[in-house]
Design a protein around this ligand. Structure first.
Ligand code: FAD
Length: 455
């Protein structure tokens, strides 16, 4: 079967497109799923049979058509930086690597970027800045991650304190998908229809072009500030996050000992203290420093931002990069993704600490969600066993803390499932044979049907 698959694809596509080398196919079939000890066990042996790296829409269409006619499952990979096993094929088949679809970036005069799906986010940031614009929000993986993968698998990141998540503020203007049908169609999704494809883990169509809105370019300063304790650090960050007089891209805070995991930054870390990272407009830096002084914080680093890794990049330690540094330091650590209520957050912190003590260590990212500044958290969590992790997740529900569970490998449980069933409808419409990333959307049932079944 595998050999037949390889021969057929090799015949259909130009030379060099089909990857058959076992270890390479296995590497391309994986993302950062090992962040989760639960997913590590579940997914480590999953792999595609063959990988294909197309370099045009015509080639993508050829592969889709072949897969549909032969009922072969297919999973899409951008850059493989997802961290829930999103792109890992559960049923073998073809891995469609879109890393080669990275040539076209068009920055429009209206302040949008129109791109092929495999374009890396850092390349969009650089092209946008050269034209007087910048990305509105991007993941901390922007040096590697593709725009198609971000829209299909990510949620937000640096910039979300001003522009919200990807789903907010019409940041995503259009997504053009190719349907998983024997005669593939191209469908341009806009408005509410975007949710058919946004954060759908590549289960409802293959993104072949995106248009995203940009923000006006700013010169940014990156600043690290130490505080004697977590409470004063969090309070300063909360105040700064809410202060509309400052332009911001990043407001992040860490409870000790998380700063001790950032080995390349240790000369700017004060032992035993809480640490906060900010990106504020360079023109507001002196005023920002004044507010830090009044709050009792101490600035240990202040450097300008430049895209890529040409100088210190504080965002390399934020969002889910924090977890990466924690895991490097101690592989028995893991994480959760929690949403706190702005007016109850301190009580929620207290309740979790009272029950789980040092098993949970705070890492907070402030975002503006539907216009409201909200503390989101990716706490570092000590992993003992699955039951204890589940106990923590269940306890969160009892105190109104939202959980986007990163230890689950299907869409409905991952926290960003919309009850309007847009994705189920899209699955039926665009992938009628259920061949795209099978197993990641629980059947073709609607959420209402699943709830009814559970009851
Ligand atoms: P992949 O991992 O390759 O794919 C992600 C999902 O999208 C998969 O389901 C895949 O099948 C699907 N997909 C990819 N391309 C297409 C396409 N063209 N059409 C249809 N489906 C497609 N996420 C955030 O939102 N914010 C963060 O700050 C953040 N920080 C991270 C830090 C680290 C260290 C790590 C490991 C992950 C982080 N993530 C974050 C998760 C991840 O990096 C982002 O979601 C990233 O944008 C994924 O891009 P990618 O190109 O690597 O996608």
């Amino acid at each position: 079967m595998k050999q037949e698959l390889i021969s057929a694809l090799t015949e259909l596509l130009p030379p060099g497109r089909v990857i058959v080398d076992g270890p390479e196919v296995d590497r391309l079939s994986k993302d950062f799923f090992w962040y989760s000890p639960v997913l590590e066990k579940l997914l480590k042996d999953k792999s595609a049979e063959v990988a294909v790296r197309p370099s045009s829409r015509e080639e993508i269409s050829t592969v889709i058509s072949f897969a549909c006619l032969n009922q072969i499952p297919m999973s899409v990979r951008g850059a493989g930086t997802g961290n829930y096993g999103q792109c890992i094929p559960l049923k073998g088949g073809i891995l469609l690597d879109l890393g080669g679809m990275d040539r076209s970036i068009q920055i429009t005069t209206q302040g949008t970027a129109i791109c092929e799906p495999g374009v890396r986010l850092v390349a969009i940031e650089e092209a946008a800045r050269a034209a007087g614009w910048e990305l509105r929000c991007y993941p901390s993986t922007y040096v590697k991650a593709s725009v198609g993968g971000f829209l299909a698998g990510g949620s937000g990141g640096i910039g979300s304190i001003t522009y919200g998540a990807l789903r907010d503020n019409e940041t995503v203007r259009s997504i053009t998908i190719m349907t998983m049908e024997a005669s593939p169609r191209e469908v341009k999704l806009t408005g509410n229809d975007l949710f058919k494809s946004l954060h759908a883990w590549g289960t409802t169509g293959i993104i072949v072009e995106v248009e995203i809105a940009l923000g006006p370019k700013k010169d940014w300063a990156q600043i690290a500030v130490s505080f004697d304790d977590w409470d004063s650090c969090f309070t300063y960050c909360e105040t700064m996050a809410r202060d509309e007089s400052f332009s911001k891209r990043l407001v992040t805070c860490f409870e000790w000992p998380i700063p001790s995991y950032f080995t390349p930054l240790l000369k700017w870390v004060s032992p035993g203290k809480a640490l906060a990272f900010f990106e504020v407009a360079d023109s507001e830096l002196e005023r920002f420093k004044g507010t830090v002084e009044k709050s009792g914080g101490s600035i240990s680093l202040s450097v300008p931002y430049a895209p890529g890794r040409r100088r210190v990049q504080l965002s390399d330690y934020t969002w889910n990069h924090t977890t990466l540094w924690a895991l490097k330091f101690d592989p028995s650590l893991t994480y959760l993704q929690l949403g706190f209520l702005p007016d109850k957050v301190r009580d929620q912190f207290k309740a979790l600490k009272a029950k789980f003590g040092d098993e949970i260590i705070w890492h907070v990212e402030f975002v503006k969600s539907a216009g409201v500044v909200t503390p989101g958290s990716l706490p570092v969590v000590r992993f003992t066993n699955e039951a204890r992790l589940q106990e923590m997740i269940d306890f969160c529900a009892t105190i109104e803390v939202g959980v986007a569970n990163p230890h689950i490998n299907y869409l409905q449980g991952s926290g960003r499932w919309r009850p309007d069933d847009a994705k189920v409808t899209a699955k039926r419409e665009f992938d009628p044979n259920g061949l795209l990333n099978p197993g990641k959307m629980l059947g073709l049932q609607s959420e209402a049907e699943m709830v009814a079944k559970k009851d």
